[in-house]
Structures are given as C-alpha cells and as structure tokens.
Ligand binder design. Structure first.
Ligand SMILES: Nc1ncnc2c1ncn2[C@@H]1O[C@H](COP(=O)(O)OP(=O)(O)O)[C@@H](O)[C@H]1O
Ligand SMILES: [Mg+2]
Length: 358
C-alpha cells in the first residue's frame, strides 16, 4: 500500500517532517528512551515556529500548562491518566504524545468489558504451546510487554471499562516495572522510556472504578471542555479542515467560520443548559454534544454540500447533519430540540435561515 492509500496514517507518519525538524533543533535534555526533550514534546503538541521557519502545527488547543503537566508526569515513575467527558481529545492527545516521545503510537490496548489479563500481559500461540510446551517462541507478547522490552510508551484506552480484577494486572507493571512470566520462570524488565498513558471517560455508564491501589500509580490530568466559544470554534474549524483533506474534499471556498460559530453556539448552549448570555435556562438532550461531535457535523455538511450542493457549507446541509447529532433518542431529545428551536433559534437575529432549514 502506498502512503496515499492509507486511510489514516499514524501520527508519527503523518507528522514525520515536524518530528524530524523538532529533533534537529532540540537542545533540551532528553530522558533516556525519549526521542525528544520534554520541551520539544510540548512544542509539538501546542504548536511552535522553529528558528528555520518550520511551522509546527497545533495538535491540542487549550491550556499549555496542562500539556506540560502531562509530559512531566511521563518523566516520573508514575503513569499518566487522562480523564474527561467524551470528545475532549484524550485519545488524540495520547496518540500525539506517544508519537513525539517514543516515535511510535501503535502500542495500544483498547479496554473493553470482556477483556482478559492476556491483553495486558501476554498470550500463547496454542499450536506451538501444544507442540513444544511453554517457550519464548510460543509466547505472544501484549503491547504492554512490547513497550517494556523496547522502552516505549503504551496506550491503554478506556481503562475504566476493563473489569477491576483485570486492571490489577497493571499494578506490578507500574510499581515494580516488571512483568512476571511464571510459565517460563522469568520476567520482563522494563527498559527506560517505558510508561503508560491511559484514558478514561468520566461519563460512561456502568464503568468500573479504578482501584485505589492502581489510582496511586497514575498522575491524573482532567481534560476540560473548551473554555470559550471562540476557542471551541477554532478547534472545530482547524480539525474539520484537516478532516476535509482526508475525505478528499476540496477546501471550502466561503469562510465557514460564521456557520461553524452558530453550530458550536448551539452545542454549548444545549450542553450547558443555558444560553450563552446566561438569560435563558434550557433542557439538555441525552446526546453527548462534544467538540468531536461538532467536528463530525461539519464533516458531514461538507460531504453533503460537495456531493449534493454547490460545495460551500450551506445552512441547509448544516441543518440536516445537526438535527441528527442532537436528537439521538427521538422522543425525549426531540422535545428538548423543538423547545430550543422555538425559544432560542427562532428569535435570534441572523439565524432566520437556520431556523427555517431546521
Ligand atoms: N482541545 C482540542 N484540541 C484539538 N483537538 C480537539 C480538542 N478537543 C477535541 N478535539 C478533537 O476532537 C476529536 C475527538 O477527540 P478524542 O480524542 O477522540 O476524544 P476522547 O478520546 O476524549 O473521547 C479529535 O479529532 C480532536 O482533534
Ligand atoms: Mg477516546
């Protein structure tokens, strides 16, 4: 497969030129096993212009301090836990951190309810196991084990979906930095550079709490929703522009920021349960009106208008994608949505087209 054919290249591939440029200019102290110094990692995440003019694009929009704290945690002997509501860039940030620090974002364990300890430790190639008995060759290492051996960061997604007793397999790994393999009467010791970045949604229903023993092994960073309307609009404009490229859509001709501002305003008002001016109380729908969801709405509008319209983000396409994002559950969400339209959207200056389309 050529690179152009790959639907979603890994961060370390997609941003290889930025990482190389940062590496070449990096004068900071690099912890053993790190590809960049902590300072250069933060620059990779929040954006920077190098002395030779190379632009490092912004990956994460928001508080720089939060990124510094996250990166500093990874230098210590504690792991990093990113917590927040869905769509606050937990997965996105962890991918870019691992790309910048280890040059490899692929050591990934997706936490699920049915997960077994093997996914965090190791499994066996059963044909070999039966033929030869337990041996190094029959062992199938988990991403955690590979990260320990190679001194790289490992990502564990949705840690709180993993059953508590399975989570506990991480305790020895994180506190002793070893992974025992009793069947072979040996252990894997972690090489410098190894650490874990886990993510957890704090709004998931039916999740398993992190045990306090495990929680102590993590530094927690809470990922906030964008603080202001302007900031959230900036994120949606930037990320949806990148997504348009991936969808092989031409750049939008008309300035889309005005339409996107309306969309983000609606999301924020419904999410917060009141209008931006604070005057009207609103009911919130059951749907997660995250920044990520707003990006999807814009992507869908772009696809609709490119293939079925005149190419610009038009109110009519935005409206079509928007209703579907808000109303996930027809009866309750539908009522909340209709009330919002009648109380807020109908009376807002400059929103007449949007009201009519919706
Ligand atoms: N503050 C932000 N800066 C940059 N991108 C953001 C931000 N918040 C959300 N996003 C975008 O939202 C999308 C979804 O985020 P994701 O990492 O999947 O969320 P989570 O894992 O927290 O549910 C990503 O594509 C990311 O680019
Ligand atoms: Mg995620």
């Amino acid at each position: 497969m050529t690179e152009a054919e790959i639907l979603r290249p890994h961060a370390e591939v997609a941003y290889a030129h930025e990482l190389r440029a940062l590496e070449a200019h990096d004068t900071g102290v690099r912890p053993t096993g790190w590809r960049l110094s902590p300072k250069a990692v933060v620059r990779y995440i929040v954006g920077y212009t190098l002395p030779d003019g190379t632009e490092i694009t912004t990956k994460y929009f928001g508080d720089r301090r939060l990124i510094e704290v996250a990166v500093a945690s990874l230098v210590t002997d504690r792991a990093l836990l990113l917590v927040g509501v869905p769509g606050t860039a937990k997965t996105w940030l962890s991918e870019h951190l691992t790309a910048a620090i280890s040059g490899d974002s692929t050591l990934l364990v997706q936490g699920t309810a049915g997960m077994s300890e093997d996914a965090l430790r190791y499994g066996w190639n059963y044909a070999r196991l039966l033929a030869e008995g337990p041996s190094e060759a029959a062992l199938v290492p988990s991403p955690v084990m590979v990260g320990m051996r190679e001194g790289k960061l490992v990502r564990i997604e949705e840690l709180t979906r993993v059953p508590s007793d399975v989570q506990d397999a991480l305790i020895t790994v994180l506190s002793e930095k070893i992974l025992p393999i009793p069947e072979l009467n040996r252990e894997t010791q972690a090489r410098r550079g190894f650490n874990v970045i886990a993510t957890a949604n704090d709004r998931d229903r039916g999740v398993n709490e992190l045990s306090s023993a495990l929680r102590r092994r993590f530094n927690t960073v809470v990922m906030p929703l964008p603080a202001t309307l302007e900031e959230e609009v900036r994120i949606v404009v930037d990320r949806s522009r990148a997504a348009a490229e991936r969808m092989q859509l031409p750049p939008v001709m008309q300035d889309a920021a005005a339409e996107i501002t309306k969309l983000v305003t609606i999301f924020r008002e419904l999410r917060n349960g009141r209008t931006e001016d604070g005057r009207t109380q609103l009911k919130s729908p059951s749907s997660t009106l995250s920044t990520a969801e707003a990006i999807s709405v814009v992507n869908q509008s772009r696809a609709l208008s490119y293939h079925f319209g005149n190419g610009d983000i038009e109110t009519e396409h935005l409206a079509a994608s928007l209703s579907g994002a808000v109303v996930k559950e027809p009866e309750q969400d539908g009522a909340v949505w209709r009330e919002y339209l009648d109380v807020v959207v109908r009376n807002r200056k400059g929103w007449e087209d949007l009201y009519a389309a919706l």
